[in-house]
Design a protein around this ligand. Sequence first.
Ligand SMILES: [Zn+2]
Length: 383
Amino acid sequence: MIIKNGKLVLENAIIENGTILIKDNKIVDITNSRIDVIDEEIIDAEGNWVLPGFIDCHVHGGYGVDFETGNEHRFETFAQSVAQEGITKYIQASVTNSLEDNLKYYAEFGKFMKNGNHVGAKCLGAHMEGPFISPERKGAHDAKFLMLPNIELTKKWNDLCGGNIKIVTYAADLQNGDYTTYLVKNNILPSVGHTDLIAAEFEKDRLLGAKHVTHLFNGMSGVDQHRPGLATATLINDDVIAEVISDGIHLKPEILKLIYKVKTADGICIITDSMNAKGLKDGEYKIGNLDVIKKGIEVRLISNGSLAGAGATYDHNVRTFKEIANIPMTELIKMTSINIAKQLNIFAETGSLAKNKLADIVILDKDLKVKRTIVEGCTVFKS
Ligand SMILES: [Zn+2]
């Protein structure tokens, strides 16, 4: 496969009118001149943007499927559908469930990871969000199933899904550092969130290796000059990557500008946090066991009206953040692909357009609408 006439967004450079040569699943050459090889498939990018595929590390679901309603077949439907957002790799997030339900869900997810995942975007594993979170900042998590961070249970669920838990969101103040150390030692990314902790409490875990924060500003206190919490700690520590839901609803435009200014593109990864009703018509749905109502891209709990997951697509969040904070393309790809690939230790294989990396590519038009998504050398979506 050859992609020609593209505006290629590489790490730190843009090649106007560039060409990418792909063999099997990998990028074998990138150049600003023509490549003369006879190849069966030539894609003319027609002067549009060519970027590394988006990586969403926090997506509960969409198109009628989520972690809780998934099985081998339905997870496949999700992987296929989510490619229309420009996503080439993703981590499927769970919510807080009963112990019994978690046994069921992680087993189903394990089957999908072992036997499925042949079409569409590639799932990299699970992001366990809850039950090890704080009741004060539970958001749309069921309070009756919350508990303290538990290594034994994490092991059990991780074994059940074939070792595919890649990220855990937890309230770091509910443990003494042992849980953080367990995650780090087992190559699971510790992500601190849904907690009311104060900045000083986060420091011990940061030094132990907790360098990721779940949806900054949501599920934690705001910046309070008398009681600095997780948001402040995230803003002042350059080694911490902040997940940002840049749909324009979870964070107001001024806050998105503040985050971009302080963290810079090096400290941000854009996520959707989207739930199963994304891409479906407005109406009532469920997130875990809780009833929610979806209106446009906004999803709220019926019980108290608080935000409950999200309904926006990844490409919407990319356009929104870029427009509000006026972000150059070479910075934008850090926030969509590079930073999270580094966090997950997969940057040698994917996350940027470079020779010998997987051909995970998205082509966007001048308005940043998705024209084509290519996963490991195969076109999986075309507008
Ligand atoms: Zn979430």
